[in-house]
Write a protein that binds this ligand. Structure first.
Ligand SMILES: C[S@@+](CC[C@H](N)C(=O)[O-])C[C@H]1O[C@@H](n2cnc3c(N)ncnc32)[C@H](O)[C@@H]1O
Length: 265
């Protein structure tokens, strides 16, 4: 019996697309090869580091849909999302909500501020990640939105003492909250005030706390320099400013409509 190749021999020659390079595992060619080459295998140390282009060269829509569906929204979340649509106030996607829940859980957050209660979708995810006695302070200018949120929290069995809803304009309420007293701040209110919300958020966070900015991609407009409407410009400027800000360690996550996360130093 002759010696068998440990894996099928690739037909292509060295130097051609799909060619087997010594020390490299063969695999799919073309875009699939680029995508799969990010996966670690026992021999991944032999693979070259791939440039930024490799990470974005394939159509990601199936992967993103997969990520959004990874955590299923339960009935309470679905009803809250419906109410948000009826009220026209929007809500974070399940992927973004799940990420917020993870951050809240990782921080063992006991004190969280949310700017923009809406119908309570993000609040539900946050409360479910926070420590069992943690309190969410959530601000919204619209009492009707907060009534919907309270209904969602009640349906979820969340004790009323865990959600402090404050009806008012964010820039009037935030200055009254305590410096360094919070583990997590979610900014999801008026984007035109976002720069001020971020400043207030950084003041409120303890070292190691996390600022999260929802809708950071503004419906895919933020990355497009041709889009210069006030909301997109505000989001673009705030995300750029946080990238340069020595007070935080930032990351822009393409989950849902984009979530900018910035850990307070
Ligand atoms: C996108 S919604 C929030 C959605 C919510 N975070 C969620 O994911 O379920 C934005 C909310 O900000 C509120 N808002 C807008 N301007 C505000 C302001 N200046 N002060 C406080 N709340 C404001 C709106 O009433 C609306 O409910």
């Amino acid at each position: 019996m002759g010696t068998r190749e440990p894996f099928p021999v690739f037909p292509a020659r060295v130097g051609e697309p799909g060619a087997r390079v010594p020390g490299h595992l063969p695999g799919p060619r073309g875009p699939a090869a680029i995508a799969s080459s990010h996966l670690c295998t026992t021999r991944s140390h032999a693979r070259p580091r791939l440039p930024r282009e490799a990470a974005i060269s394939t159509d990601k829509s199936a992967s993103w849909a997969h990520c959004e569906d990874f955590r299923t929204a339960d009935e309470v979340l679905l009803r809250a999302t419906d109410r948000a649509a009826q009220l026209g106030c929007g809500a974070v996607s399940p992927g973004t909500g799940a990420l917020l829940q993870v951050v809240a859980a990782a921080l063992r957050a006991s004190a969280v501020v949310e700017i923009g209660t809406g119908a309570g979708v993000s609040g539900l995810w946050l409360l479910r990640g926070m420590s069992p006695d943690g309190v969410l302070t959530t601000i919204d200018a619209e009492a009707e939105h907060q009534r919907a949120a309270k209904e969602a929290f009640r349906e979820a069995g969340i004790r009323p003492t865990r959600a402090r809803t404050i009806t008012g304009r964010a820039l009037e309420v935030l200055p009254r909250l305590t410096d360094g007293g919070y583990d997590l701040v979610l900014a999801d209110g008026d984007p035109l005030e976002l720069a001020e919300h971020v400043e207030q958020g950084l003041r409120l966070l303890r070292p190691g706390g996390v600022l999260a900015v929802a809708h950071a991609l503004a419906g895919d407009r933020t990355p497009d320099p041709a889009r210069r409407d006030p909301v997109t410009t505000a989001l673009r400027e705030v995300t750029r400013a946080l990238r340069e800000d020595d007070r935080v360690v930032p990351s822009l996550v393409p989950s849902g409509d984009g979530l900018l996360l910035a850990a307070r130093r």
